[in-house]
Design a protein around this ligand. Structure first.
Ligand SMILES: Nc1ncnc2c1ncn2[C@@H]1O[C@H](COP(=O)(O)OP(=O)(O)OP(=O)(O)O)[C@@H](O)[C@H]1O
Ligand SMILES: [Mg+2]
Length: 138
């Protein structure tokens, strides 16, 4: 487990580095934290760290966005906030993504908890102040 506290958005690249460094072959990353904690913002920093030129936005309507790393590897970004039942994740074909071997970055994993692989990396974000955040990588 690793904990990183930051005082401003400008320190987010360090957190992105730590998350990528902690992957060790894992491909599903669950981002837990309250609304507005900074899940999407961290995912954006991670995509930059992976050399992506894609714009990271909340996949609210589509549930899943696809990006490419600098090396053209696909990355999937999920936001399950609007999902009402696990069945909707099945309809979306979540297994094809989670077990594809491609990186899957998941916001609101709590909504589909039984579907998150046991070995997933979990990143918890706590809001300490306006721009202060504590990240726990587990
Ligand atoms: N240190 C920080 N790390 C991350 N975000 C920060 C930080 N300081 C301020 N912010 C701001 O907090 C907000 C986080 O919004 P963001 O959309 O990333 O949250 P979210 O967790 O994805 O929310 P949601 O649950 O609605 O998807 C942004 O406006 C961002 O600029
Ligand atoms: Mg978000």
């Amino acid at each position: 487990m690793k904990t990183i506290s930051i005082d401003s958005l400008s320190e987010l690249p360090e957190v992105a580095d730590a998350v990528v460094g902690a992957l060790e072959g894992r491909t599903v990353v669950a981002f837990c934290g309250a609304m507005g904690a900074g899940k999407t913002t961290l995912i954006s920093a991670i995509m930059e760290r992976l050399g992506s030129h894609d714009t990271v936005t909340s996949p609210t309507f589509a549930i899943v966005n696809q990006y490419r790393t600098g090396e053209q590897r696909p990355v999937y970004h999920f936001d399950f906030y609007r999902i009402d039942s696990v069945a909707e994740a099945f309809d979306l074909g979540y297994e094809e993504y989670f077990y594809s071997g491609d990186l899957c970055l998941v916001e609101w994993p709590e909504k589909v908890e039984p579907l998150i692989p046991d070995e997933a990396l979990v990143v918890r974000i706590e809001v300490l102040g306006e721009s202060e955040r504590r990240f726990t990588i587990d």
